[in-house]
Design a protein around this ligand. Structure first.
Ligand code: ADP
Length: 448
């Protein structure tokens, strides 16, 4: 097993990984920007190294600085967390070439799955259902019209290098297709340096359902059931839950089995998520694989009892998974609300600043994964998430009640958060029914 692990990240996920390391008897090494000198991950790690200025490009994205810190600290492995360099196949390769195990899949699996069109072809090869769409990338507008008519309007144009909803455009009809194609190509080229796009049928009123998988390097692949992340705003997830409400048992079995098939076919190890959209008939279609740990992993941990970060570290060190598929069962229901330093009354404007007085909710069934504390200044340079409030109760209704109670306990004097907004969502009859789709928040709350 590793003696020392460097965490190439910040915020709550760095704290989460440090906690797992400590429980496993592994020394943890933090890296930080000058804007994060007072951050909790720096305080809690066994060692910490400043790697540059406040901008991510000057610190958390600086591969040479991170590798230099790993060399000075003499670590065995690097955990990338999520965001920043977590899905950068080049960073993955540099870590390994520099003699540090990368806690994640191989660089080649990451590279292939990171290209959405390639991942889509891999899904087809593994007999995993995909949304009807083009057979590869689209270069010719005239051909695109024929394909779009075949799959049926509206169609969704997707960037093969896409992420965070960028380079995605809906075209309602033939007339708007050419314009939407050129806009999507331009946006993708600017954001990712790759203007490749493909077409999919635009599924109306979908739910977002994703399956957590984990594989070791000995050929064992297990799923840990699914999460529903349909409460989204502008393709950003706000609330996640496990299991997915109203998913029939046979669909659950089929979607989890499809995810395992996909991961086996990709020659993948470590934790990953296979994302699907589910239509109104409960039919599911593959959309992408996230080759990293995700923000919403705790809801899966709560219902299965598996510590995903520890398991990631174990399989990266070459150990076998500590459980087999038959050991994994669902107990109760878990919900996570992302607490962001944003003002929901002002169109979710980021609201960085000093937290004068802070209280973290607790009590029976409550987990709060956060790096915030009283007197902490939320920097303006990074993601606005200051914590994740997670509840685990025997039923979904009880989980909603516990979450509403815990949200009311969040005190962050000095900055606004999304806590009140979450409370409004949790009371909404559509959310309570569990029948909400990915457009629910935009339709019912924000008007955009
Ligand atoms: P990104 O990586 O940019 O986030 P995804 O492929 O994960 O893009 O899609 C993001 C969101 O867009 C999904 O959660 C879903 O809500 C929506 N989406 C993706 N594909 C489709 C589709 N074919 N039809 C309808 N909505 C879709």
């Amino acid at each position: 097993m590793f003696q020392k692990v460097l965490i190439a990240n910040r915020g709550e996920i760095a704290v989460r990984i440090i906690r797992a390391c400590r429980e496993m008897g592994i020394q943890s090494v933090a890296v930080y920007s000058t804007a994060d000198a007072d951050s909790m991950h720096v305080e809690l790690a066994d060692e910490a190294y400043c790697i540059g200025g406040p901008k991510s490009a000057d610190s958390y994205l600086k591969i040479d600085q991170i590798i230099a810190a790993a060399e000075v600290a003499n670590v065995d492995a690097i955990h990338p967390g999520y965001g920043f360099l977590a899905e950068n196949a080049h960073f993955n390769e540099v870590c390994r070439e520099s003699g540090f195990e990368f806690i994640g899949p191989s660089a080649s699996a990451m590279d292939k799955l990171g290209d959405k069109n390639t991942a889509r072809s891999m899904a087809i090869a593994s007999k995993v259902p995909v949304v009807p769409g083009s057979d590869g990338l689209i270069d010719d507008d005239q051909a695109a019209i024929g394909i779009a008519q075949e799959i049926g309007f509206p169609v969704l144009i997707k960037a093969t290098a896409g992420g965070g909803g960028k380079g995605m455009r809906v075209a309602e009809d033939v007339d708007s297709l050419a314009n939407a194609l050129s806009q999507a190509r331009k946006e993708a080229q600017a954001a990712f340096g790759n203007g490749g796009v493909y077409l999919e049928r635009y599924v109306t009123s979908p739910r977002h359902v994703e399956v957590q998988v984990i594989a070791d390097t000995h050929g064992n692949v297990c799923h840990l059931f699914e999460r529903d992340c349909s409460v989204q705003r502008r393709h950003q997830k706000l609330i996640e839950e496990a299991p997915s409400p109203n998913l029939p048992a046979e669909k659950r079995a089929a979607i989890c089995e499809a995810a395992v098939r996909m991961i086996r076919g990709a020659d993948y190890s470590n934790a990953g998520t296979v994302e699907f959209i589910v239509d109104q008939n409960d039919d599911f279609f593959f959309i992408e694989v996230n080759a990293r740990i995700q923000v919403e992993h705790p809801v899966t941990e709560m219902i299965t009892g598996v510590d995903l970060i520890k398991e990631q570290i174990r399989v990266a060190a070459g150990e076998k998974l500590s459980f087999c598929q038959d050991d994994v069962t669902i107990t109760g229901h878990a919900i996570e609300c992302r607490i962001n330093a944003e003002n929901p009354d002002k169109n979710f404007m980021p609201n960085p600043g000093k937290i004068q007085r802070f209280y973290a909710p607790g009590g029976f069934g409550v987990r709060f994964d956060s790096h915030a504390y009283g007197g902490y200044t939320v920097p303006q340079h990074y993601d606005s998430m200051i914590g994740k409030l997670i509840v685990h109760r025997p039923t979904r209704d009880e989980a909603i009640a516990t979450m509403r109670r815990a949200l009311a306990e969040v005190i962050t004097d000095g900055i606004s958060t999304t806590a009140k907004f979450h409370d409004a969502v949790l009371q909404h009859p559509e959310f309570v029914s569990g029948k909400h789709d990915t457009k629910f928040v935009e339709r019912e709350f924000t008007g955009n």
